[in-house]
Ligand binder design. Structure first.
Ligand SMILES: [Cu+2]
Length: 470
């Protein structure tokens, strides 16, 4: 299974050990990934396995794990009938390895391979996914976890990767073949009717009472924003989007009351299981019709809660702009327009100024700064090392999770906070309807980088731009 810790044999082994600081990968770099049609038992056993597209016949794909400072090599082979490419989400890697077709590489044609080879400067929780027609390829299952271990990881008893995903099923648990349809794209995107954790609808992992567990939550859904609640554990947020959270000294509680995870975002928790033996700790998803258990941790005999405080993670060496540098930087606005209940009067698409109806005929229902789809020219171009300051302005009635490639940014001055998460460096930020958010970063990674909505249907139908660092 994906976490490397969920199979029955593995579970028995771990349960028999007093303390396992963390599990090293079974497979090491160089990795091989083959994208191909497969089947997966995502629905309960009374249903036939669902036809999916998967890496190495499994969705989520295999865990890629390495240590901070190492390089990772991954050979990706395309056994699909269409082009593909793989993006290593959240990694500050070399531009040519970012996996964006037509921007950073040629797509990998059917039957061919591409060798990815990139540095791993930061520890943390990341993931990989197709970036070629991703609204369909990711919805069909082409995604997996990528974990970079700290040189000195915090001491925990268990280290669990939890891939949160949803699937839009018909009555026979096959995927609805409505990928990228315009109506869905103009609304919130493809929201599934079946939620899985690590590909299972009833994820459960027994843990001893008092166990300290690192939970690495990754939202790989196309468009679903998870809103979580935790019971039976005392937990702290220790990282967001791979990056350790920065906290005032002496802070203990780190905002797990109302955990909001937008598509592509990650949250690392360290949790002490406090539920009694025979009870269970739960990760609950707050859905419209009530709370729904995403993951259950039945509690077995154990030693009871640990007395020592939950550890912090060491920071990654990301250059962060100072308040003075940000104040001195020009403020660029990125205006987000379109979607149902508002629409676009007109926008440029492939160099042509079109009205909303003509745009829709071309599959475009969103625009960034008046441009629908990928612009020919970059949104901006800056020399390496420059501080970039952006105001993201959501003039739509829909939430958008905006993702910056190749860099992490600081979020400034949230006007309508969604959730109670602490401040941290992020690679994806969630804007609510009519929300605005200032972000800033040092453009220290040369190349052409995407900036787009990670609601994948929104990206496909207009919300995509790019910038150049020279
Ligand atoms: Cu969006």
């Amino acid at each position: 299974m994906v976490s490397g810790c969920s199979g029955p044999n593995r579970r028995q082994v771990l349960a028999g050990l007093a303390a396992v600081s963390f599990a090293r990968p079974v497979q090491a770099s160089p990795f091989t990934l083959t994208a191909a049609p497969a089947t997966a038992q995502l629905a309960p056993p009374e249903y036939a396995p669902t036809p999916v597209w998967a890496f190495n016949d499994q969705t989520p794909g295999p865990l890629l794990r390495a240590r901070q400072g190492e390089r990772m090599q991954v050979q990706v082979t395309n056994a699909l009938d269409e082009d593909t490419a793989v993006h290593w989400h959240g990694l500050r890697l070399e531009n040519g390895m970012d996996g964006v077709p037509y921007l950073t590489q040629s797509p990998i044609p059917p039957g061919e391979s591409f060798d990815y080879d990139f540095r791993l400067p930061d520890a943390g929780t990341y993931w990989y996914h197709s970036h070629s027609r991703s609204f369909e390829q990711v919805a069909r299952g082409l995604l997996g976890p990528l974990i970079i271990d700290e040189a000195e990881p915090p001491e925990v008893d268990f280290d669990e990767v939890l891939i949160l995903d949803d699937w839009l099923f018909g009555a026979d648990a096959t995927l609805f073949e409505t990928f990228g349809d315009l109506r869905t794209s103009a609304h919130g995107g493809r929201i599934g009717n079946w939620i899985t954790v690590n590909g299972q609808g009833d994820f459960a992992k027994p843990l001893p009472r008092g166990a300290r567990v690192r939970l690495r939550l990754i939202n790989t859904a196309n468009a679903r924003v998870f809103q979580l609640r935790l019971t039976g554990m005392r937990a702290a947020v220790v990282a967001l989007d791979g990056m350790p959270v920065v906290l005032p000294q002496g802070a203990v509680f780190r905002g797990t009351d109302d955990l909001v995870i937008a598509p592509a975002q990650r949250v690392d928790l360290i949790a002490d299981i406090t539920a009694e033996e025979g009870g269970e700790a739960l990760i609950l998803s707050q859905e419209r019709d009530g709370d729904f258990a995403l993951a259950s941790f039945p509690v077995e005999t154990g030693q009871g809660p640990r007395p020592d405080p939950i550890p912090f993670l060491p920071p990654n060496a990301v250059q962060v702009p100072t308040a003075e540098q940000i104040a001195a930087a020009p403020l660029r606005e990125l205006r987000m327009d379109g979607g149902a209940m508002r629409g676009i009067a007109s926008a440029t698409f492939e160099g042509e100024e079109l009205d909303g109806r003509a745009l829709a005929e071309r599959g475009m229902v969103w625009a960034l700064n008046g441009v629908a789809g990928m612009p020919d020219e970059p949104f901006f171009e800056v020399p390496r090392g420059e501080v970039v300051r952006l105001m993201l302005v959501n003039e739509t009635r829909w939430p958008h999770g905006m993702h910056l490639h190749g860099h992490h940014f600081v979020e400034r001055g949230r006007t309508t906070p969604m959730g109670s998460l602490p401040e941290a460096l992020r690679d994806t930020t969630l804007l609510g309807p009519e929300d605005r958010r200032e972000i800033a970063f040092i453009a220290d990674n040369p190349g052409d980088w995407l900036l787009h909505c990670h609601m994948l249907e929104h990206a496909h139908s207009g919300m995509m731009t790019w910038f150049r660092v020279t």
